[in-house]
Design a protein around this ligand. Structure first.
Ligand code: PLP
Length: 345
């Protein structure tokens, strides 16, 4: 059977053998009543890793962002976020549709950073009857659309400071915060220390089949738990999911630099192929975006690769994305580059 290389997302990583075993053997209980021992263990472990009081398991990164927004921002209050945020573009507008929040955006630079002054300028002054209250600043690290680039501790703090000075809480969409931490060589908790709440995904580079974690204070997590229930995300024997997540935290975090090396190798190779442009400076973790010149479309490349057993994301008419995860080896990258060379213009 031909091996399919699935680079559409790091979410394409399938659960490891160790995860499948742990899932089969998981001790479970009713999570909806707070009684699942494996979920409790994962929630405690996640909180500890992130230096926060409490954690909450949710089915997806999308729900993690939404319950965090609902926990932090009063209904009807306005959210400020980078205009290229995943939570704005790819999460069906849940912040407005379900959370009841208007949104104002600031530009993201090439690396996903937003200008602290631009954020400050958007924060609504208190006491004016016309304005909604500013309820939240939402950040993203690593930044998906900006090529998996990383915000460091100082950048994160500079943004948290302007928000906090105005009494506005900050949430991090840290779906890939372990990748950011690995790229910086620091513990992930350093990247959320200045922030109120954060999410991270178990189901991306950590390869678990389902699940994201939300962390914050006990009170914030209580509110997030209520929001999770409201959204239909209260689960029963979720220890089966949590067991895979624990294996992800134990076994998959330390190997993330391997994905980053493979991404770098792919990016450098692609940049050498006529017809493709890669912003190499933004290739800091496990994602590689490439722009395709006018000689062919991204869709054409995607479908030809697919016929040859390589799955990628056609991100825009002239833009493709490759995501690295544990199932993609350095030898696979050589193979992918060989295939890509057939498109040289
Ligand atoms: C930055 C970011 N946030 C949130 C999500 C949503 O995660 P999920 O697909 O688990 O809902 C993704 C998914 O790719 C993402 O890249």
């Amino acid at each position: 059977m031909t091996r399919i290389l699935d680079l559409r997302g790091d979410w394409a990583a399938r659960p490891t053998e160790a995860m499948r075993r742990a899932m089969a053997e998981a001790e479970v209980g009713d999570d909806n009543s707070g009684e699942d021992p494996t979920v409790i263990k994962l929630e405690r472990r996640s909180a500890e890793l992130m230096g926060k009081e409490a954690g909450l398991l949710v089915p997806s990164g999308t729900m993690g962002n939404l319950v965090s927004i609902m926990a932090l921002a009063p209904h009807g209050s306005e959210i400020i976020a980078g205009e290229q945020s995943h939570a704005i573009i790819f999460e069906r507008g849940g912040y407005a549709a379900l959370g009841g929040h208007p949104m104002r955006t600031v530009p993201n630079d090439r690396f996903g950073m937003v200008d602290p002054q631009a954020v400050k300028d958007l924060i609504r002054p208190a006491g004016n009857i016309h304005f909604p209250r500013t309820g939240l600043l939402l950040l993203e690290n690593t930044h998906n659309i900006r090529g998996g680039s990383v915000l460091n501790v100082e950048q994160t703090r500079s943004l948290a400071d302007v928000a906090h000075e105005a009494g506005v809480p900050v949430h991090l969409d840290g779906s890939r915060v372990f990748n950011a931490a690995a790229a910086l060589g620091i513990p992930p908790k350093d990247l959320v220390a200045d922030l109120d709440m954060a999410t991270f995904c178990l189901s991306k580079g950590l390869a678990a089949p389902i699940g994201s974690m939300v962390v914050g204070t006990r009170e914030q997590i209580d509110r997030a738990r209520q929001a999770r229930k409201l959204l239909g995300g209260g689960m029963r024997q979720a220890g089966v999911i949590a067991a895979a997540g624990l294996v992800g935290l134990d076994e998959m975090v330390d190997r993330l630099p391997e994905d980053h090396e493979n991404a770098r190798k792919l990016a450098l190779g692609l940049a050498d192929i006529p017809g493709f442009t890669v912003d190499l400076e933004t290739v800091q973790t496990n994602l590689v975006f490439a722009d395709v010149d006018d000689s062919r479309s991204a869709a054409e490349i995607g479908s030809t690769l697919e016929q040859n057993g390589i799955r990628i994301t056609v991100f825009a008419p002239q833009r493709i994305r490759f995501a690295m995860h544990y199932e993609i080896t350095s030898a696979d990258v050589d193979h992918i580059l060989n295939e890509m060379r057939t498109f040289a213009s």
